[in-house]
Design a protein around this ligand. Structure first.
Ligand code: C5P
Length: 414
């Protein structure tokens, strides 16, 4: 897993009092090996001078969108292309609102629209401004678009109030930036199913299972962190939606199938983590079943196999299944891989302490038709990241194979 430091960081500074800390931030970023170019908003100029940033960054500072001298050298498009990472610190409420609206009326906002580099913001503002519904909505919009928010921190504020809204300290910002993953799934759409399904017996009883949804949610989060658009179809679970993930809640296997099939058509990857009930009661009772009858029989019928249906789609996504097994882990997983025509299967042992259902830990063996990779033991979060890396590299290989297929196609002669 790479955690390389982004080499070329474009630091945007907007007009908040925390701007004085940004000079220290530049120094720390450079110490960590980054090349830094600073772009200041008009508001930032009221707090700190370009000369300070020029001195600490060792580069000219950019302040104007329409600047003849800059256009000839580092104009907004060049700066947008130059950056490996854009970080705006401090990011004021005003800047966040303008970015959420897609405005491009100054250099920094224009660069943020023009760049393909990941954009991170370190918000800094009065605590009431931070918790205002307008700011919350703007942040949610930006997160949905893949902008990363770092902080804010909580504590004493320059305005004399106490609460959330302080810019995260420069030393911490450098640490967070260094751990930001490369966006290996940028531009991809990943569909994940998670949790159990409930199959109703009568209005108060159902057949369910012990899946907590944690593995699936961790995978959705890891895919999001890797830059993908993520659709999460969740059975009944008590978990918060990871930021930036589009979630649809369902109850039964058939509901999950309908939503998943709809979304699978536009997905690049389908990761089927849900513990879908294989059977459902054939005729759920309309009224609560009464006890006291000598014998109750519940007739079961098979549910649709969602992952097999997706894997059978003609131009379907790369399809990854999960095999939760209590015994003969590899043997059963291999059978599922081939029976369901999957591209990959993540085999995990359940029914023992320290992994599987209802645990934060897991152990995964990843199997493809051509080999296997042991992801080992670890937190579900960590394993989710490893799985996403494996998926991203499989997608790359596939693209490469398709390309070489095309290149090797015999000439048609016309
Ligand atoms: O055969 P089994 O149910 O153990 O296979 C597990 C895999 O199949 C998981 O990826 C699970 O999400 C998926 N599955 C499914 N629809 C079903 C049953 C399982 O998508 N009805």
């Amino acid at each position: 897993m790479s955690s390389k430091f982004h080499n070329k960081i474009l630091l945007g500074v907007t007009g908040g009092i925390a701007a004085y800390k940004s000079a220290d931030l530049v120094r720390r970023l450079r110490d960590a090996g980054a090349e830094v170019r600073v772009v200041m908003s008009p508001g930032a100029l009221a707090f700190i001078t370009p000369l300070t940033f020029q001195a600490v960054s060792g580069n000219p500072v950019h302040t104007q969108l329409l600047d003849e001298a800059a256009e000839a050298g580092m104009g907004h498009i060049e700066l947008a292309r130059w950056a490996d990472q854009v970080l705006v610190a401090p990011a004021t409420a005003n800047f966040i609102a303008r970015l959420a609206q897609g405005l491009a009326d100054d250099l920094l906002s224009t660069i943020c629209l023009a760049t393909t580099a990941p954009v991170a913001l370190a918000p800094a503002m009065n605590q009431k401004m931070w918790s205002h519904p307008a700011t919350c909505a703007n942040c949610a919009t930006l997160e949905l678009r893949g902008v990363r928010l770092i902080g804010p921190a909580s504590g004493a504020q320059a305005c004399g109030e106490t609460g959330p809204g302080r810019m995260v300290e420069p030393s911490e910002l450098v640490k967070v930036l260094a751990t930001l993953r490369e966006s290996v799934l940028a531009g991809r759409h990943v569909l994940v199913t998670a949790g159990p399904t409930y199959e109703d017996i009568d209005p108060v009883r159902f057949i369910g299972n012990r899946s907590s949804g944690r593995m699936g949610f961790a995978i959705a989060q890891a895919a999001r962190d890797a830059g993908a658009r993520v659709s999460l179809v969740a059975g009944p679970v008590a978990l918060e939606t990871p930021p930036g993930v589009e979630r649809t809640d369902v109850r039964s296997a058939r509901e999950m199938r309908d939503v998943a099939l709809d979304l699978a058509v536009s997905a690049d990857v389908f990761i089927s983590v849900a513990a879908v009930a294989d059977y459902r009661p054939a005729r759920p009772a309309a009224q609560k079943l009464k006890k006291g009858l000598p014998k109750q029989k519940i007739e079961l019928v098979a549910n649709p196999d969602i992952v097999a249906e997706v894997a059978a789609l003609e131009h379907g996504p790369l399809t990854v299944g999960f095999a939760a097994e209590t015994e003969k882990l590899k043997e059963h997983a291999l059978q599922k891989l081939s029976r369901k025509s999957l591209d990959m299967i993540a085999a995990n042992r359940v029914g023992q302490a320290g992994s599987g259902f209802d645990s934060d830990q897991n152990e995964i063996l990843l199997i493809t038709p051509s080999g296997e990779q042991n992801l080992g033991k670890g937190s579900k979060r960590k394993l989710a990241q490893l799985l996403i890396e494996a998926v991203a590299s499989r997608l790359k290989d596939e693209e490469f194979e398709n390309r070489s297929d095309k290149n090797n196609r015999p000439a048609t002669g016309n």
